[in-house]
Design a protein around this ligand. Structure first.
Ligand code: PEP
Length: 243
């Protein structure tokens, strides 16, 4: 069976450490195969400690963002070096909420990717069109993001997540055939342009009800899940179905 990746992005949730601990313990219980969990920065020491205590060898830690370098005068920023200390193996970069709520540019995203790779951390680069439109118009946007974000970055040690922004939010409409077509296009572009084959995930309102329509496509290497990762029944169901 194809080995798939599943990454859970908690975003700015849950609102207290006790709930974060309970959610991590639950995920740890169900992670019979490797999964990726991306809690908010402030919970990383807590979950990193729990990971050791519970011997959760199947949970790999991710951060939801990082800046570049190891230290410096960058108020509010967290460096890849700091994340490394807490055993973070992956960092989500260029998530649509970072791009459009926090105004991150492709130039900054590119710098973050290179900085993470220098520390041996795997960036999970999110790309995707904001508005639902034709495949050709969407591809133009995605290709532009890939070109700018990956230019001069190392091309291995990388995961791409295709997330059509219009489908992010937990209960938004999804379109599996559009997404699988886009994922195939991303893969052939990366192969032709850079001779690389890296995993390409899908993200956008994935839940236990709609996952089956995505699972039938071998082109999808895994899933980046937001809202559903906070609900225990969804979490266990998705882990069971995807990996
Ligand atoms: C996301 O924000 O990356 C995401 C996929 O969220 P959701 O699953 O809630 O659509």
């Amino acid at each position: 069976m194809k080995k798939r990746i599943i990454a859970f992005n908690w975003k700015m949730n849950p609102s207290d450490a006790k709930s974060a601990s309970a959610l991590f313990r639950f995920a740890s219980k169900y992670a019979k195969q490797p999964i990726i969990v991306a809690p908010p920065f402030v919970y990383l020491p807590l979950v990193s400690g729990l990971k050791s205590k519970l011997h959760s060898k199947n949970i790999f830690l991710a951060a939801q963002d990082a800046f570049v370098g190891s230290s410096g005068a960058f108020t509010g920023a967290i460096s890849p070096a700091m994340l490394s200390e807490f055993g973070v193996s992956y960092v989500i970069v260029g998530h649509s909420e970072r791009r459009y709520v926090f105004g991150e540019s492709d130039q900054l995203i590119h710098a973050k990717i290179s900085g993470l790779q220098d520390f041996g951390i795997t960036p999970i680069l999110c790309v995707g069109e904001r508005k639902k439109s034709s495949f050709e118009a969407s591809w133009k946007i995605v290709k532009n993001q890939l070109d700018k974000d990956l230019k001069h970055a190392k091309k291995n040690n990388l995961i791409i997540a295709y997330e059509p922004v219009w489908s992010i939010g937990g209960n938004k409409p999804t379109d599996a055939s559009h997404s699988v077509r886009m994922i195939s296009k991303i893969k052939s572009f990366l192969h032709t342009a850079y001779s690389i084959r890296v995993p390409v995930l899908y993200g956008g309102s994935v839940n236990c009800k709609n996952i089956d329509k995505f699972l039938q496509y071998n082109e999808i290497d895994g899933y980046l899940v937001g809202s559903a990762s906070l609900k225990k029944d969804q979490l266990s169901c998705l882990i069971n179905k995807v990996i």
